[in-house]
Design a protein around this ligand. Structure first.
Ligand code: GRF
Length: 187
């Protein structure tokens, strides 16, 4: 059995899709949901699914063991970031080489880096009059939104798009592809 830990800070719609995808799967289990925000939507999603929640504390994450011992003790094979906004500390990257993935709501290497999250990304895409946007699934290294690209999918940017309407179109792509690409990586 391969074991996934999902790291998420927010609404958790991607986490939900991944949890649903592997529900009752005989080869892959979502063993843990890690979250740095008490009260985040993703916590209720995990609890409803009977998945243990690990509340991440800043001090321990950035200046302690970065939860490497807990992840190893839980037998985690792959860490899946799904809207986790803190940078992954070098210690955790080193403990899980090529075993941490992230999804970014744009076509990296464009529109990535510090501060490029949520609506900031989509607004920048619209401001630059891009004709297409999309998603990037990539390995996580020590630089924001920088690790090797695993998969990309595109969608059009329409003339009358707002950051909101574009975000919704991109989120549909995320839901469609993140669970299956995660499954492929574990196969
Ligand atoms: C997604 O847009 C993802 O690309 C980004 O954070 C957002 C998370 O949304 N990394 P949700 O919490 O999964 O709904």
């Amino acid at each position: 059995m391969k074991r996934i830990a999902i790291f998420a800070s927010g609404a958790g719609s991607n986490a939900r899709k991944i949890i649903e995808h592997f529900y009752k799967n005989e080869k892959v289990a979502v063993a843990l949901v890690a979250c740095n925000k008490p009260g985040a939507g993703v916590i209720a999603i995990a609890k409803d699914a009977g998945i243990p929640v690990l509340l991440i504390e800043k001090e321990k994450f950035f200046r302690g063991n970065a939860y490497t011992d807990e992840l190893n003790a839980a037998g985690i094979d792959l860490v899946v970031l799904a809207g986790f906004l803190w940078k992954i500390p070098p210690r955790l990257v080193a403990a899980f080489p090529q075993r941490i993935i992230n999804i970014h709501p744009a076509l990296l290497p464009k529109y990535g880096g510090k501060g490029m999250y949520g609506h900031h990304v989509h607004q920048a895409v619209i401001d630059n009059k891009e004709k297409e946007s999309g998603i990037t699934i990539h390995y996580v290294d020590d630089v924001y939104d920088h690790g090797k690209i695993i998969f990309q999918a595109t969608c059009p940017v329409l003339d009358d798009d707002t950051a909101n309407t574009l975000a919704q179109r991109v989120l549909q792509l995320e839901h469609r592809y993140y669970p299956s690409i995660t499954a492929q990586l574990l196969a």
